[in-house]
Design a protein around this ligand. Structure first.
Ligand SMILES: Cc1cc2nc3c(=O)[nH]c(=O)nc-3n(C[C@H](O)[C@H](O)[C@H](O)COP(=O)(O)OP(=O)(O)OC[C@H]3O[C@@H](n4cnc5c(N)ncnc54)[C@H](O)[C@@H]3O)c2cc1C
Length: 494
């Protein structure tokens, strides 16, 4: 039955309006106590914290504890950049200048401050993540540029290659003589890595692989370090072997190959290599992302990163893993370090945003009881509801990602097989959860600081733009969460 609408009368309209005004006034000039004992409007009351008695916290001890065991190397990085103001990123900077500055920041860190990240990628991954975290606090582009050089390019050579690759490339990568890229993503395939189309065909006559981009969709896209600085790339391509059947080749699945991109002396692109610039991005403009096309690029057979599969001089394929799927899983499994780094770097971004928003909220005052000083905006429950659960989550993420770093380091240094499943599941889950949470929180923090949160100098805009892509690279968050549910499902069955 249709309900009859009550006709508005002057009397009930006045009642509604005065109730509304009363509610709003509780926000504007809140009273410290509820109006009545059982009044639900109590929630809108003032919940003083800014002017309440200070808690006795030993801040120095807490800070020392929270900075953890790698604070020394982080302080060394901060001190280096404090002493070099010309290396600090200004607010207004063009893409090209930002790329050059980011390179100089990285170069200074390695050559002047004497930081050697690749050593730690291998021996003490926790220390390596701490270096990336500190560099990211200087400029997130710098943290990502380091990640491309050491975790992606360096990590792929170290983890997917064998001794001959380490002997040949380790020093050059660590010292920045060999700046490099990690070329996995293609224009048509990002998350679906097994769908990659680039091919590496073995030529038994010359003992070489021939790298080809068979279509526009197979152009390597978004490749960090490619547009300007990279001299090498680890290129992910389908390994093709000659076969005596109608097809003429057999596809052994996706493998990684070291491909020189530019001449070491002249920096000119090498024959068969076409390099394009992916252009200005929403953020991270200190990183030079580029596109790569290969036309019959010949590389020695030794450039196959052959830890999980090898090709002999006479073109025979050998692997300790029996199927393409198992080799693919092992290859990608070696690359989880990037996810661990992103989960921990995203937590650092959240720490910075929290600190800015909470400090500001404590000092900023708006409204107050009649004839009394205005109150701190942190005294409003609405402000507390925005910021305090976020602060608690930041602590939780700090401990969760520290644990992840710990078990990842154990797995890498002791080769403990029983940790592989945990590291895989936790790194995928935490990377996805933390980066999504931080991306949303950056907007909340900006809003919590009102108009002043919008001034570029207060950093929310830069943090938000630079961090946003953390949700996509190193595994799109939706796809990663599907992996987590898949892993959990099999854990339940086991
Ligand atoms: C700044 C930047 C730097 C990068 N650096 C590098 C680099 O150095 N090297 C490199 O190789 N790559 C790099 N990348 C590429 C990055 O890794 C890819 O963008 C990422 O893997 C996602 O792939 P995609 O862009 O093709 O998105 P897609 O895979 O096309 O995803 C698009 C959307 O589809 C959804 N989707 C996809 N599959 C599924 C599914 N199965 N179920 C449900 N939803 C799905 C995703 O959730 C997403 O929302 C970089 C990208 C950027 C933007």
């Amino acid at each position: 039955m249709e309900q009859k609408k009550q006709k508005p009368t002057a009397e009930n309209e006045t009642l509604i309006v005065s109730r509304r005004i009363q509610r709003v006034s509780l926000h504007l000039a809140p009273v410290p106590r509820p109006l009545h004992e059982h009044d639900t409007q109590e929630q809108l009351g003032l919940f003083p914290c800014a002017r309440s008695a200070k808690l006795e916290v030993e801040t120095e001890k807490l800070s020392l504890y929270m900075r953890g065991k790698y604070r020394e190397i982080q302080e060394k990085i901060y001190e280096y950049f404090h002493a070099r103001p010309e290396l600090q990123t200004p607010l207004e900077i063009s893409k090209d200048e930002h790329r050059e500055l980011c390179w100089r920041q990285m170069y200074g860190l390695i050559k002047e401050a004497g930081i050697r990240p690749l050593k730690y990628v291998v021996e003490d991954p926790g220390k390596y993540f701490a270096i990336v975290e500190a560099a990211g606090a200087v400029d997130i582009s710098l943290g990502i540029k380091l990640g491309v050089q050491y975790s992606l390019w360096g990590g792929s050579v170290i983890n997917l290659g064998t001794k001959k690759h380490k002997d040949k490339y380790f020093e050059g990568i660590d010292s920045l003589e060999y700046p490099g890229c990690f070329a996995m993503t293609e224009l048509h395939h990002g998350s679906n890595v097994q769908g990659l189309q680039t091919v590496a065909t073995f030529d038994p006559i010359t003992d070489e692989f021939i790298i080809n981009t068979p279509s526009d969709g197979a152009i390597k896209w978004w490749i960090g370090n490619a547009a300007v600085h990279g001299k090498f790339a680890s290129v992910f391509a389908k390994l093709m072997l000659p076969a005596h059947d109608v097809k003429g080749v057999s596809d052994m699945g996706v493998h990684a190959f070291i491909v020189p991109l530019r001449d070491l002396k002249t920096h000119q692109a090498l024959p068969g290599i076409e390099i394009h610039d992916c252009g200005h991005k929403v953020g991270l403009n200190g990183v030079d992302n580029g596109a790569l096309r290969f036309t019959s690029v010949r590389i020695p057979r030794d450039n196959l990163l052959n830890r999980f599969g090898d090709v002999s001089r006479d073109g025979q394929y050998t692997s300790s893993l029996p199927t393409i799927n198992k080799r693919f899983a092992a290859t990608l499994g070696e690359l989880v370090g990037g996810r661990v780094a992103l989960a921990s770097s995203s937590t650092s971004v959240l720490k910075v945003a929290n600190t800015i928003a909470i400090r500001y909220s404590l000092l900023r005052q708006q409204f107050g009881p009649p004839n009394q000083p205005e109150v701190s905006i942190l005294d409003y429950q609405s402000q507390q509801h925005k910021l305090m659960p976020m602060l608690a989550s930041t602590y939780a993420f700090h401990f969760a990602t520290s644990y992840l770093v710990e078990i990842y380091s154990q797995m890498k240094t002791t080769h403990a097989a029983h940790l592989v499943g945990d590291v895989h599941g936790l790194s995928a889950g935490l990377k996805a959860y933390v980066t999504s949470y931080t991306a949303k929180s950056l907007s909340v923090c900006r809003e919590a600081c009102g108009g002043h949160g919008y001034a570029a100098v207060n950093r929310f805009g830069i943090l938000r733009n630079d961090h946003d892509i953390f949700q996509t690279f190193e595994g799109d968050n939706t796809v990663l969460l599907q992996q987590v549910s898949h892993i959990s499902f099999y854990c339940v069955l086991a």
